[in-house]
Design a protein around this ligand. Structure first.
Ligand code: THU
Length: 160
């Protein structure tokens, strides 16, 4: 028997101004995307902005449904749009801004497990890391240098 230790390394920026300019612009776009969130049930709005290697930026926001499980998170809305519109492009970075409309959200909000799994698929497909940046409405920004760093023991095509 042995124990295995798995570590994730995150970079924490104090605020959006500390980010490199291209990333702070991407965060601004995620903030814009968040305005299109359709979230009458949770009142939790999320925006995502993806930068591709062809310089296109793809936006997404969470889209809810009266049949709750039919809704989709912002990250998956954006990444499936990117995959369907630009199947050859590599995804360089994803910025995520999230927060409740009922109370202030100042802690960084990481992507949910289902979104991590969806993003992992594209990271494996393109054989190159996708940088993930996430924050609340304001305050600190967390960077992960790859999706794999956020989802150790990923289930991917290598096991099929
Ligand atoms: N949501 C996202 O858009 N992304 C996540 O990573 C977590 C949750 C959405 C789904 C739902 O519309 C609302 O936030 C509350 O869960």
């Amino acid at each position: 028997m042995k124990e295995i230790k798995i570590e994730s390394i995150l970079t924490v920026y104090d605020n959006i101004e500390e980010l490199p300019t291209d990333v702070s612009k991407l965060m601004d776009q995620a903030t814009l995307a968040r305005k299109n969130s359709y979230s009458p049930y949770s009142k939790f709005s999320v925006g995502a902005a993806i930068l591709l290697d062809n310089n296109e930026v793809v936006l997404g926001s969470n889209q809810e449904n009266a049949s709750y499980p039919s809704g989709l998170c912002a990250e998956r809305t954006a990444i499936y749009y990117a995959g369907s519109q630009y199947p050859e492009a590599k995804i360089l970075k994803m910025a995520i801004v999230a927060g409740s409309r009922i109370r202030q959200t100042i802690t960084p909000i990481p992507p949910c497990g289902a979104c991590r799994q969806a993003i992992a698929e594209y990271e494996v497909k393109q054989v190159a890391p996708i940088e993930i940046y996430f924050m609340g409405e304001t305050g600190k920004v967390v960077k992960s240098h790859s999706l794999a760093n956020l989802l150790p023991l990923v289930f991917d095509k290598s096991v099929l």
